[in-house]
Design a protein around this ligand. Structure first.
Ligand code: PMP
Length: 427
C-alpha cells in the first residue's frame, strides 16, 4: 500500500498516514482495515459539522442534478442565496462576497482588493501567521520558513505575534499590553517605501501555535491601519462559523474588519471560500478596474454545500455548542495538566484548543521531541490530532479542533487516549 502511494502520489507533506481511509461519519473515520479513528482535526478543520453531514450530502446531490459548473459571469440561485446569507450573518458594512475555492485564494483576492482600493501594495502580517501557500499569501505566512520558495512578493512585512506564553519582546509578564504591536509598526514604518495597503491577521494564530490575539489587539491593529490608510483584513479560515464560540472570532473584540476571508468550514469539506467586504470598498475597487477571474469563481455546487452548512449551524445551535463543548474540553485538559508536568499551557478559544508541551514548567523549555511522539501514540490508540508550531526546534503544540458536533463522551475518549499517550511517551 505504501508502495502504491509512493509510486503514484507526490509527497506534498512528508509521509502519508499509515492507513487508507474507507469512510467517515460525524467525528469518526474508518480505515480500510476497519479501524475507527476519532478525528480531532475535523479533516483540515473543514468538516466542522462532522464528516458527511446528511444535509450537505443532500444539497450537493440536488445541485449535481441541476448544474455543476457555469461560465464565471453566470450565477445561479445557490450563489445568490449563499452571498445574501453571508451578508445577513455579518455586521454592517460587510455585504459583498466573492465565492472562491481555497483559503489561500480568498487571501489573494483580499490583497488584490486592498491594492485596488488603496493604490498601494505593501502588506503586513504577524510572525507565526498562516495565510496560505499561493505567492501573495505565502509571502505573509511567517509560521514556516520560505527557504526554497523565494522570491517573496516585495513589500511583505512581519511584526511580532503576541504570544503571551512566551512574550516575543520579553516585556510582558502576565497580561499582554500589546507593546509588540507598537514596536512592530515602528519597524514597518522604517522599512516601508510609503506604500502600505493592508494588514492581515488570524484571530487565533492556529498553525503558529494556537495563539489567541489578546483582548483589544484587533481594535489596536485597526487603529494602526486607520492611521496609515491601510485596510484591516481578518482571516477566519479556521475561526469562522462558530469554531471559537461566536459566529466569527472578530466579534469578540468588537471590531469589524475592512475585508473578511473565510474558507474551510464554509464548504463543510468541499473547496469553498469567500472574500467579503463593504459596498464602499467594492465600489471603489470596481471603479479602479478590479479583476480576479479564476475558473471556479461562483460555482453552483460548492455554493449549495455552503448554504446547507449555514442552515445546519443554525438548526443544530453549533455556535453555542462550540462555546460549551470548548469549555468542557478545556476543563478536561486542565485536569490532565494537573497529572502531567509536561503540559505547560492549555490555551485557545471555543473548540480550537492548543496544548503546549514543555520539559520544565518554570523554564518553559519546549519538549521538542515529545510532541511528535505523543501525536503518533495517540493515532496508534485511535485519536487523530495535528501538531503545530509552539516553540523550539520541533513542533510542540498539540492542536485539538474536533467537529462542533462533538459529544461529551467523545471528548472523554480523546482525553483518556491523550492521558495514556503522554504516560507512555514520558516513561
Ligand atoms: N488561512 C488560514 C488561517 C489557514 O489556516 C489556512 C489553511 N491552513 C489558509 C489560510 C489557507 O487555506 P488553504 O489551504 O485552503 O489554501
Amino acid at each position: 500500500m505504501q508502495d502504491e502511494r509512493e509510486r503514484f502520489l507526490i509527497r506534498y507533506a512528508g509521509d502519508f498516514a499509515p492507513f487508507v481511509v474507507d469512510t467517515a461519519e460525524g467525528a469518526w473515520i474508518t480505515t480500510k482495515e476497519g479501524e475507527r479513528i476519532l478525528d480531532f482535526t475535523s479533516g483540515q478543520i473543514s468538516s466542522t459539522l462532522g464528516h458527511n453531514h446528511p444535509k450537505i450530502v443532500e444539497a450537493i446531490q440536488r445541485s449535481l442534478r441541476e448544474v455543476i459548473h457555469l461560465n464565471s459571469w453566470m450565477v445561479n440561485d445557490d450563489v445568490l442565496e449563499l452571498a445574501s446569507r453571508l451578508a445577513a450573518l455579518l455586521p454592517d458594512p460587510l455585504v459583498r462576497s466573492m465565492l472562491l475555492n481555497v483559503g489561500s485564494e480568498t487571501n489573494e483576492v483580499a490583497f488584490r482588493l486592498a491594492k485596488a482600493y488603496t493604490g498601494e501594495f505593501e502588506m503586513v502580517g504577524l510572525t507565526r501567521s498562516y495565510h496560505g501557500l499561493l505567492a501573495g499569501a505565502n509571502s505573509v505566512t511567517f509560521s514556516m520558513g520560505h527557504k526554497g520558495y523565494g522570491p517573496l512578493v516585495p513589500g511583505s512585512f512581519a511584526i511580532p505575534a503576541p504570544y503571551e506564553y512566551r512574550c516575543p519582546i520579553r516585556h510582558c509578564q502576565n497580561a499582554c499590553d500589546k507593546l509588540c504591536l507598537d514596536v512592530g509598526f515602528e519597524t514597518v514604518d522604517q522599512a516601508s517605501v510609503g506604500s502600505l495597503a493592508g494588514m492581515v491577521v488570524e484571530p487565533v494564530l492556529s498553525t503558529g501555535g494556537i495563539i489567541p490575539l489578546p483582548d483589544g489587539y484587533l481594535a489596536a491593529a485597526k487603529q494602526k491601519c486607520e492611521e496609515r490608510d491601510m485596510l484591516l483584513i481578518v482571516d477566519e479560515a479556521q475561526t469562522g462559523f462558530g469554531r471559537t464560540g461566536t459566529m466569527f472570532a472578530f466579534e469578540q473584540d468588537g471590531v469589524t474588519p475592512d475585508i473578511l476571508t473565510v474558507s474551510k468550514t464554509l464548504g463543510g469539506g468541499v473547496p469553498l471560500g469567500a472574500t467579503i467586504t463593504s459596498a464602499e470598498i467594492e465600489d471603489r475597487c470596481a471603479d479602479n478596474g478590479f479583476m480576479h477571474l479564476t475558473t471556479h469563481v461562483s460555482d453552483p455546487m460548492p455554493a449549495a454545500a455552503g448554504v446547507a452548512v449555514l442552515e445546519v449551524i443554525e438548526e443544530e445551535n453549533l455556535v453555542e455548542r462550540s462555546a460549551q463543548m470548548g469549555e468542557y474540553l478545556t476543563a478536561q485538559l486542565h485536569e490532565l495538566q494537573d497529572l502531567h508536568e509536561e503540559i505547560g499551557c492549555v490555551r485557545g478559544r471555543g473548540l480550537l484548543v492548543g496544548v503546549e508541551l514543555v520539559v520544565d514548567r518554570d523554564t518553559k523549555e519546549p519538549a521538542s521531541e515529545l510532541g511528535a511522539a505523543v501525536t503518533a501514540e495517540c493515532l496508534r490508540l485511535g485519536l487523530s490530532m495535528n501538531i503545530v508550531k509552539g516553540d523550539g526546534p520541533q513542533r510542540n503544540c498539540l492542536r485539538m479542533a474536533p467537529p462542533l458536533s462533538i459529544t461529551h463522551e467523545e471528548i472523554d475518549t480523546a482525553i483518556s487516549i491523550l492521558d495514556r499517550a503522554i504516560t507512555t511517551c514520558t516513561k
